[in-house]
Unconditional design. Sequence first.
Length: 322
Amino acid sequence: MPDQPLPPPPPGAPQPPQNPFADLPGPAQPSRTLRVVVADDNPVVRAGLTALLSGRADITVVAEAADGRQAYEAAHLHRPDVVLLDVRMPGVDGISALPYLVGIAPVVMLTYSRESEIVQEALRRGAGGYLVHGEFTADQLVEAVRDIKQGKAHFTPTAAGALLAQLRQDLPPTPPLPEGLGQSSNATAYGISPSANPHTQSQPPAPPAHLHAPHLPPPPISPENLSQVQPHVGQSSSEWTTSGRPAAPDRSRYQLSTREAEIMDLIASGMNNQQIAATCFISEKTVKNHINRIFAKLHSTSRSEAAAKWIGTAPDSHRGLG
């Protein structure tokens, strides 16, 4: 027998208490939409990024900003999941705003700036990714935005190359190989018995004369050892080591920075400005600025004169600057 509804209380009976919060909205449901702030001083770029990201069902652009200050204000107000940040903007630029933004949300640099120094500085200040315009597709950008929220870093080729160059630059000097490494006489040191292979001959037969390999030219001479193989004319005996080799030039007196020393090595190896720019992931204008400072420190007026002083073939390479 089904339950019968309770009869209404008789008149004058006390009424059940009413919920005083019945008119308030229920608890907010957790949003699955990825909230993004787009910061770029170019309104066309902002509009394009907003249209691209907002077209995805799981992404919403909650605010746009034209400089670093607006980006911080928007991030502070909306508490987004990800901030897309340009580098060069008027007022407060992206690099300056970056340390303040990463305290609110993960930040992805999205920029045309491809200089190695800028990439490295952005990463030092907390950027979770670095994307250079022209090096990614729309789908790759969307994937990067989704992944950054999960703590996965994204870098386009230029940024990855700059990061790799920095890691190589910070590596300690390569230690020498263990004595005898690679020599067949030390095979037993690696647990290989000379008699392990009965078909192995201690002296392989010489190939026929017509199969002899042609004579190979000597390996190229690097700027580091060039000063040890070229004669030094007019140098005193104090500039030579006891082994008969010329002493290495004292480069510390030139007071070149790490980047300037790297570029000076490339100049001495014969690279032009375009090749140096590609090797160091910087612009040719930046290369020229470095070279101007290098020439001033080396008291040189040409690449050949600076290279001669740097590798130790100039008459004053081992003496004080004139």
